[in-house]
Design a protein around this ligand. Structure first.
Ligand code: ADP
Ligand code: MG
Length: 234
């Protein structure tokens, strides 16, 4: 069974009389443990596709299964639950809560639905922050971290609920070369260690070539699927 199976995904945005047909029938299967780069020109629909896969946006047409469960037609409540339990998100801009510490930000995906932060959540968040090399910054306010450090906190946060699929939209787009390398290396290590599947939208050829697979979006369809290059366990 595949981790993700998308069939005939279409998305058309409507604003008044204006229609923008962005996705025109995407068929995509991701196997568990893949580290996949999603490429394509600006405006090709990468973020739209990630939002659909991340259950943040509904497709106009098509079917989506994650872990064998049909998810495109879930109720709002069940979508939110599925998103929180099974998916992790990393965006170009970290979206950390500025008044929270690094640890509180990481624990948030578990603490928010529970209505508070437990000892177990604190331990898990501290462990994840140590994993991303920020053990010295656990109690720092988010505002006092560098750009690369914030993005590492965002990765730790994405891992908090041990998701099956991590969706990253231009995660290195706002970083200098060195921080970008650190962040990508971290995602590669987490992928190898935990077997979590990654779908990473990127403009950066350096990121794409270190993924195990590259999908390219053009004219609303997937134009190429390249599994050469870097391999897991390399
Ligand atoms: P990418 O991430 O590849 O740069 P996007 O998925 O952000 O592309 O956008 C693809 C196209 O869809 C663009 O032409 C964009 O303007 C359009 N689009 C995205 N979101 C909306 C929206 N909510 N309403 C109308 N058009 C949108
Ligand atoms: Mg985008």
């Amino acid at each position: 069974m595949s981790l993700l199976n998308a069939q005939g995904i279409e998305k058309t945005f409507r604003n008044g009389d204006e229609e923008t047909r962005v996705l025109k029938g995407i068929d995509m299967t991701l196997e568990a443990g893949e580290l996949v780069a999603l490429l394509g020109q600006s405006g090709s629909g990468k973020s739209t596709l990630l939002s659909i896969v991340g259950l943040l946006l509904r497709p106009t047409n098509g079917q989506l299964e994650i872990n064998g469960e049909r998810v495109d037609n879930l109720s709002e409540r069940r979508r939110a639950h599925f998103r929180n339990e099974k998916l992790g998100f990393v965006f170009q801009f970290h979206h950390l809560l500025p008044d929270f510490t690094a640890l509180e930000n990481v624990a948030f995906p578990a603490a928010a639905p529970a209505g508070g932060i437990s000892r177990k959540m604190r331990d898990r968040a501290a462990e994840l922050l140590t994993r991303v090399g920020l053990e010295e910054r656990i109690d720092f306010p988010a505002t006092r971290l560098s750009g690369g450090q914030k993005q590492r906190v965002a990765i730790a946060r994405a891992l908090m609920n041990a998701p099956d699929l991590i969706i990253a939209d231009e995660p290195t787009g706002n970083l200098d070369r060195e921080s970008a390398d650190t962040v990508l290396e971290l995602m590669r290590e987490v992928n190898r260690e935990t077997g979590a599947t990654f779908l990473i939208c990127t403009h950066d050829p350096g990121v794409a070539e270190r993924c195990t697979r590259r999908l390219t979006l053009a004219d609303g369809v997937l134009e190429s699927d390249d599994r050469g290059g870097a391999q897991r366990g390399e």
